[in-house]
Design a binder for this molecule. Structure first.
Ligand code: FEO
Length: 170
């Protein structure tokens, strides 16, 4: 059984994951409009992955006797400047999500809820991967600089980095 403090904290994380999914959807649409198919596919897939993170939390809350709730979300931006700006925003956002997960782990320990603590370890590992991936992409963009043909190749290469929501082991 979840304490109400843990239930509230987990539901806040449901909102964080839902908002992440929306932000990456907005990035997908922006890139698609600019004709960058690879980047847009990457962002659509990333958005699906965030939705899978949200669903995994919801199932856990409901299975443990809580009630997963759905909140209103703020609209994400529609423009993202440059690819470098956009991937920097993605990296910064993932750092924010990691902090949010860490705070949740802290609350689980304070409440002596070891089942939730154990469940959250999957998210801790996932955040290491997501931050690493974003950092890797930013490094590639910095190498390309202003080279247009470099961006064409990058748009093609990024398709290899697309992960399936199934990887979230729902
Ligand atoms: Fe669900 Fe990208 O963190």
């Amino acid at each position: 059984m979840l304490t109400s403090k843990i239930e509230d904290a987990l539901n806040k994380q449901v909102t964080v994951e839902a908002a992440s999914s929306q932000i990456y959807l907005a990035m997908a649409s922006w890139a698609e409009n600019l004709g960058f198919e690879g980047v847009s596919q990457f962002m659509y897939a990333h958005s699906d992955e965030e939705r899978a993170h949200m669903l995994k939390l919801m199932k856990f809350i409901n299975e443990r006797g809580g009630h997963a709730t759905i909140s209103e979300l703020a609209a994400p931006p529609t423009e993202f400047g440059s690819f470098k700006d956009m991937f920097q925003s993605l990296f910064d956002h993932e750092v924010f999500v990691s902090k949010s997960i860490n705070d949740l782990v802290d609350i689980a320990l304070q409440e002596k809820d070891y089942a939730t603590h154990n469940f959250l370890q999957w998210y801790v590992s996932e955040q290491i991967e997501e931050e690493g991936l974003a950092r890797n992409i930013l490094d590639k963009i910095n190498l390309i600089g202003d080279d247009k043909s470099g961006f064409y190749l990058f748009d093609n290469d990024i398709k290899q980095l697309i992960t399936k929501p199934a990887d979230s082991k729902l």
